[in-house]
Write a protein that binds this ligand. Structure first.
Ligand code: ZN
Length: 264
């Protein structure tokens, strides 16, 4: 297992904030306040293999861009996906891939997850090169193929991966499909809107996960740790809050504090 980008990493933060700015331009602003934000900690796994149909070719920069855009999608619900770590690692039980790639059942994908890199305090997203659907959600992990393609709809998102990733998080947050409309939960399209009911359900489901915390609580925790001189711990929380796609005093504070502590 090779961890090549872990928080805190100044270069990754810079790239992430840049990605955030780009995503801000691409999608419209929204009106959810900092107080309402729910923070979902995510670990991204870039599954590697000598089998080119399995190995993802996504880079850290791709993940930064994908999640910045996914966070603009989820901003409408006041939910933020914070990438704690990106791990490039060989897929486990790779023989399972060749044996099952044509199968309509998908639970075999779970066998590709390396055992020692999935602590329970994260949501896990695994990227592969190919599989039958664009993405699939299991309680044990989200799988997305980096070769995903979608049917374009008017007003839709400008690339498939953030949409597929966001859609699978929709399932993780309790949302079923809602077809024939240009929304996030319609299968195979670029739409990304959520109804009021979907927002309510997603927020309720998110809040029930033990690993999910609201933003004000996290900010308070970070400030307390910072005051107590526990800079590294504070910094990791400020970095989570820094990706919330809002320009408000709280996020500016989090970005400033994480930048300050990065210099130490
Ligand atoms: Zn789906």
């Amino acid at each position: 297992m090779k961890v090549f980008f872990n928080w805190p990493n100044p270069l990754f933060l810079k790239a992430l904030l840049l990605g955030l700015c780009l995503a801000n331009q691409a999608l419209s602003a929204e009106s959810i306040t900092f107080e309402k934000y729910l923070v979902i900690p995510v670990r991204v796994h870039l599954l590697q293999s000598s089998e080119p149909k399995l190995a993802t070719t996504l880079t850290n920069a791709d993940i930064t861009r994908v999640f910045a855009k996914a966070n603009k999608v989820w901003a409408q619900a006041g939910v933020v996906l914070t990438v704690d770590s990106i791990i490039a690692e060989p897929a486990a039980k790779q023989e399972v891939f060749a044996k099952n790639i044509g199968s309509q059942r998908l639970d075999w994908l779970l066998q590709l997850r390396p055992e020692d890199s999935r602590p329970t305090n994260f949501f896990h997203v695994y990227y592969v090169k190919t599989m039958p659907p664009n993405g699939v959600y299991f309680p044990g992990g989200i799988f997305v193929k980096d070769s995903a393609s979608l049917r374009k709809v008017e007003g839709g998102i400008d690339e498939p991966l953030p949409r597929v990733t966001s859609h699978e998080f929709g399932h993780a947050l309790g949302l079923p499909h809602r077809q024939n409309v240009t929304n996030l939960m319609a299968s195979g399209t670029t739409g990304f809107s959520l109804s009021d009911d979907e927002i309510k359900t997603a927020r309720k489901t998110a809040a029930a996960y033990p690993s999910v915390t609201n933003a004000p609580t996290l900010l308070k925790r970070a400030d307390q740790l910072f005051k107590a001189g526990k800079i590294a711990e504070a910094q990791s929380i400020y970095l989570m809050l820094a990706v919330i796609p809002l320009d408000v005093p709280e996020t500016r504070h989090a970005r400033k504090q994480s930048a300050t502590s990065l210099k130490r």
